[in-house]
Design a protein around this ligand. Structure first.
Ligand SMILES: CC(C)=CCC/C(C)=C(/C)COP(=O)(O)OP(=O)(O)O
Ligand SMILES: [Mg+2]
Length: 442
């Protein structure tokens, strides 16, 4: 088993001293283009009251909210367009929700991350997305590799193919089409890579194990949620943050994130990561005792061992904030949970054959349904597709209900951002034929 510490530990700098500076590389960063598309089919007539901050734009159906998704828009709504574009005129630059930089095209382009066309799962309810901006994909791919190699020494040379095959750039650009700059996308990209380093190196197939996982996860969590202790005991903790790749990655990715995010966005992220770690622990505990959960128990575990921390930072990556009190609304929490669950079951379905081949018994929804409900692998897989579709439909209708109940711009944009993230996540799973292949059930 490779050692997740890989190379030498980083010097034990206090976190603040080690804080990196963000370079936005904003060639023509002065609003080279609008962050958001200029078309949306949200129905009129919305009322936009100058000075109220809460413009009323009511989608009248889940489909309409869905189509406010910048990645799939087909019609126009001047009001939503106006809200998303922000005010215009002298002195209003700082009021824009988001402006989008243009990425300079290098004179000699490195090999782009061209997707091999994978097929979508037959019958899976999803929304196709346009091909992510190739210039952005290339730039995020370049920056994320430089970060992983040079800043956090994340993987040994023999893992380079797997790192490249993950296609972080294509993934994150597809999930965050409204990010105003490449550096905003990088906030999500670093965290995505760090989360996968922890999953692979602590929990799964790159040296991970359920044994002792709780201790490892808790200590790694302190890279996100720092230890506050006495001066005698602080240095040991600071040193530990550089002692393996997952902790170096968490610490660095979080340092970049807190520089751009508001305190409440950072706190939201820490909470979501604590949820994720709790999910990893339940999965590990069941692996240790060879427990086959009931289907509902599996779904409960997977609600925590879940992509949730990724879509919930859509506002930080978009350069705006969903205020904490609106994020905390029970109806918003339900939308977020449904979104996380649907998008995580997408992983269970696309990674099904990969997980069947992995050592031991890897739990995923089709496997648990087959075992617990005594049906064939094929029927269980098709039933898991239905579970996913039900979750997606529920997510969309609850999302439209929140939009109608609380039609403020940050809520609408956040809901759209979450929906777009789900579409991008599906796109990435579908097209990542390096990692995933479909079973032969059709
Ligand atoms: C938040 C985040 C990106 C965590 C990574 C792990 C996770 C919670 C997933 C939803 C991915 O699932 P899984 O570990 O099954 O991934 P693969 O199937 O191995 O791609
Ligand atoms: Mg999986």
């Amino acid at each position: 088993m490779p050692d997740p510490g890989f190379s030498r530990p980083q010097p034990s700098l206090p976190a603040a001293a080690a804080r990196p500076h963000i370079h936005t590389h904003a060639a023509g960063s002065a609003a080279a283009g609008e962050a958001l598309p200029t078309k949306s089919p949200l129905p009129g007539p919305p009322s936009v009251h100058a000075g109220e901050g809460a413009a009323a734009v009511r989608p009248s159906s889940p489909a309409e909210l869905r189509h406010a998704n910048p990645a799939v828009v087909t019609q126009s709504s001047p009001a939503l367009e106006r809200i998303l574009r922000g005010p215009s005129g002298l002195g209003t630059t700082g009021l824009h929700l988001a402006r989008r930089e243009e990425v300079p095209v290098p004179a000699v382009s490195p090999e782009p991350e061209a997707p091999d066309e994978g097929k979508p799962i037959p019958g899976l309810y999803h929304h196709p997305v346009p091909e992510p901006d190739p210039a952005r994909v290339e730039e995020v791919s370049r920056r994320i590799k430089a970060w992983a190699v040079d800043e956090v020494e994340m993987y040994p040379p023999e893992w380079e193919d797997q790192f490249d095959g993950f296609s972080t750039g294509r993934y994150m650009v597809a999930c965050h089409p409204d990010a105003p700059t490449v550096e905003h996308v990088m906030l999500a990209a670093r965290l995505m890579v760090a989360e996968n380093a922890v999953d692979d190196c602590y929990c799964e197939d790159h040296g991970g194990s359920p044994v002792g996982l709780g201790g490892r996860l808790l200590l790694a969590h302190t890279a996100l949620d720092p230890l506050h202790t006495t001066k005698d005991y602080a240095p040991g903790w600071v040193e530990s943050l550089g002692s393996d790749a997952p902790r170096r990655a968490y610490r660095s990715a979080m340092e970049y994130f807190v520089q751009k995010a508001t305190p409440s966005q950072a706190d939201r992220f820490r909470h979501d990561m604590a949820r994720l770690h709790m999910g990893y622990l339940a999965e590990a505990a069941w692996a240790e005792t060879d427990h086959m959960p009931e289907v509902w128990e599996y779904l409960a575990m997977r609600q925590f061992n879940n992509f949730r921390p990724c879509p919930t930072l859509t506002d930080s990556v978009g350069g705006y904030e969903l205020p904490a009190d609106l994020h905390a609304r029970p109806d918003m929490q339900r939308v977020i949970a449904l979104a996380g669950n649907a998008t995580t079951i997408v992983n269970d379905l696309y990674s099904y054959t990969k997980e069947l081949k992995s050592p031991g018994r890897h739990l995923n929804l089709p496997v648990v349904i087959a075992e617990r409900e005594g049906i064939s692998d094929r029927d269980a897989y098709l039933k898991a597709v239905e579970v996913h579709n039900d979750l997606m439909h529920e997510f969309e209708s609850e999302s439209a209900a929140v939009a109608a109940a609380c039609p403020v711009p940050s809520v609408l944009r956040f809901l759209r951002g979450v929906a777009v993230w789900l579409d991008g996540n599906h796109y990435w799973h579908q097209t990542n034929t390096y990692r995933y292949s479909l079973p032969d059930f059709w």
